[in-house]
Design a binder for this molecule. Structure first.
Ligand code: ATP
Length: 241
């Protein structure tokens, strides 16, 4: 039987008089990669921020493994197993790679578990292992993105939410980031992936939602959306007859 890790019902968010989310509902099942795609300003980041209570919801409910977390403070949501890797590689430039990773595990007290998770994360990201003592700010753009994702994993999340992990990366690195996302899923982490790179995201996603100006206009299996004429025209830049 499927198990819902995340379920969102009818989320509404306003920025002043701007109605940014107009009733978003979606779900992420255990072990899945679910992607939320859409153009600039569609409301992708706002959705992730509304889930984690970084912005206020006017209406709607959020459930994590069946538990109502609609009004739970952000740190509580993190402690309940949600990690958000924000857009723009917000790592700490003046801390080493090791220190950055440890910041991702600040809420943890189990030293043994922490050690084995660091080992797990460094196996997934061997390039970070070679650079543990290097300052975060001196890493390349791609490496900083890897570090941001790796830091998210240090809290051993049940649900990893990634906000545009491929943004600003060269094509080769984009490929690498998406390969790593698949690897993370194989390790048993459920993933909600927000992307403007619809093609790459839909290729690895079990299920996808298309967001347009605050509304979900289409949802289907990733492979079906990849073959959908409207999606191909609007988001994949592919001309259809
Ligand atoms: P992008 O891909 O460009 O990051 P997005 O899909 O993540 O876009 P959001 O950042 O969620 O979109 O923005 C949704 C809408 O809400 C946009 O119209 C944006 O201008 C507006 N918005 C976002 N944050 C704020 C804010 N702090 N104050 C006012 N309006 C905001």
């Amino acid at each position: 039987m499927s198990e819902e890790v995340l379920k969102i019902e009818n989320l509404h968010v306003y920025y002043g008089s701007i109605h940014a989310l107009k009733g978003i509902s979606l779900k992420v099942e255990k072990g899945q990669i679910v992607t939320l795609i859409g153009a600039n300003g569609a409301g992708k980041t706002t959705t992730l921020q509304a889930i984690t209570n970084l912005v206020r919801k006017r209406e709607g409910r959020v459930f994590l493994n069946g538990k109502d977390i609609t009004h739970m403070p952000t740190h509580g949501i993190v402690n309940n197993g949600v990690a958000l890797v924000p857009e723009g590689r917000r790592i700490f430039p003046n801390l080493t790679v090791y220190e950055n990773l440890m910041m991702g595990a600040y809420a943890r007290t189990d030293q043994d578990g922490l050690k084995s998770d660091l080992e797990w994360v460094l196996t997934l990201f061997p390039r970070l292992r070679e650079r543990l003592k290097q300052l975060g700010g001196t890493l390349s753009g791609g490496e900083q993105q890897m570090l941001a994702v790796a830091r998210g994993l240090m809290s051993k999340p049940k649900l990893l939410m990634l906000d545009e992990p491929s943004l600003g990366l060269a094509p080769l690195l984009v490929k690498e980031v998406f390969e790593i996302i698949q690897k993370i899923r194989q390790e048993g982490v459920t993933i909600l992936l927000v992307e403007q790179n619809a093609f790459a995201a839909l290729k690895i996603a079990d299920y996808g939602y298309v967001l347009e100006t605050g509304r979900i206009v289409l949802e289907d299996a990733g492979s079906s959306l990849l073959g959908n004429d409207n999606v191909r025209k609007a988001y994949l830049g592919i001309a259809t007859e």
